[in-house]
Every structure is written in structure tokens, then in C-alpha cells.
Design a protein. Sequence first.
Length: 330
Amino acid sequence: MYGAVAAVVELSLIVRRGEFLTILGPSGSGKTTALMMLAGFEAPTKGDILIAGKSVAAVPSYGRDQGIVFQNYALFPHLTVRRNLEFPLEMRGVKSRERAPLVERMLKRVHLDSFGERMPSQLSGGQQQRVALARALIADPPILLLDEPLGALDRNLREQMQGEIKGLHREFGKTTICVTHDQEEALTLSDRIVVMRGGRIEQLDAPEALYDRPVNRFVANFLGEANVLDTPELGYQKQNTLDKIPMVRPERIRISAVSALAPAKLDQCQTVTGTVEEMIYAGPLRKYQVRVGSTSLIVREHAASGQDVFAPGDSVRLDWLRADVRLLDE
């Protein structure tokens, strides 16, 4: 609770041993509060938190055996990289002669074995992130908590660090709980994803299932782009008896010239014609916005040589398999 506002409401979640679980949601969804309760920085007003069957709701953060990586890395600026890594071992009573080989091994694992004597201010953002991950892992905690771990990095470095985190998870097998608002990051890293809104869980599923079979309009729109097909001109209308909304993903729609050959599975397809409103070239992808009557549909296709490219004003045909249409709750 923050005053009269409940940041997290009726949150019930079981995390499997060794899995990488991501809590995903927009600002104010309650994802960070959920992580802070797991970390011991916030106390639940009711309910309990169990780790390996034991309650830790009243245990302070320093009493919980877990590693934490923050968005701003939270490295000690007055300590060298080596001393940053030694600190959690020292706090656990590991003797000096035993700390040194552990630190050297971890520095080598995160490709920083020649950076031990540098200060954090002398490192790049990606290098600081590696130090933060190494410090969280070095004491061998069973649980790793990541709070927007890649939020401060540029896109290329973020993608590189996603691979690094995935590799560390495979190698160390830690139960990892990550909070992010980045959908691509969640899909790339996770075994399962929790989508939150308004302090509640909207859906919990594996990445592919979550993207391909969202339960409602919010999840569909938050995790990618969704074309809602609830108008007769698209061949659909809202199924009022079930209160369901038909939806198709942009990459499931095929765009072609009106005069092009019909798709092979014509009897299994829905076909409409429309006018291109916009085309956005994004390197490997082209994204079209196509007006069909009163509705604007988004189409996304991989750019390839010999492919027809359409400009605003062009008449086009759109086809999609009826089997690719998903029925959503509001």
C-alpha cells in the first residue's frame, strides 16, 4: 500500500526452481513493487512470501540469500572492480585467501579479468552491468533478482547483454526474477512471463504462448501490435454471445497487389482490399498501415529481394488464415 493506493492486489505467484521469470507491465502496473517485496525492501500489508517453503515476509533484505542487480548498477564508486566483487563474500564471512580465486574466476567469466583494478567510473555501461551481475552471482545465491537490468543501455549493447544474461542463467541455473517494461527483452530472456496491470496479473504464460494466444485486448496490445477485426467490412464482428473480440497479428497478414495470384489456401483465408496509408522501412522489416473501409490495419513483413513494395495510395489485397485469428476478452 502507498497511502490509500494498493500497488499490488491479490498477487498469487509460484516461481519454479531454476526458471527465468519476467514480470512485465507498464508504469504503475505494480511490477516493481512486487520485486521490492521479494527483495525485502517493501513489506506486504497482508499475505506471505515463501522461499523453499519458509516465510521470509518479516526477514529484512540482508537476511535473504539472494543476489540483486539494479537498473543503475549500484556499484560502490570508491571501490575497485575487484573489491566490489569481494564485498558480498566478505559480508558472508569468506576468508581473504578464499575470496581471491572466486573473484578471479568470476571476473574471467564475465570477460573482465583485466579490469580488476579499475574503478566503476572507468568502465563503460556494459562493463558496469557485467560487474553488477558478477557481484550478484559470486556468493552463489539460489535466487537472482533483476530490476530493469538493461534499461540504461543503448539498443545494440542491450541486445548483447541479453545474450550474456541468458548465458549466465544457463550456466549457473539460478532461479531468476526480472522486472522490465521492455517486451522484446522479456520475450528473449524468459521461460515464463507475467503481464501485470493495475497491481494484478493479467496473464502468466510461456513467451510464445503469451504472444500467440493473449487472453485479452490489453495483453495483445502490450505485447506487440494487434489488429482488432470487429467490423463487418473485415468479415468479422464481435461475438456478442461470447463477448469475444477477433484479433490477428500484423506479421500474419500477407500483403500483395490486387492483381496478384490468390493464396494457395484461399478457402481457409479471409481476404479484403484496401489502400496503403503509410509504409515504414525499418531495416529487416517493412511496416504498412492499410485503410480498409473505416478500419486501419497494420501489416509487417520481412524485407526481401524481388518483393513488391507498396507506397501510400496503392491499392492492395490483404489475406490472412482464419486459423491465425485469436478471440480475446475485453
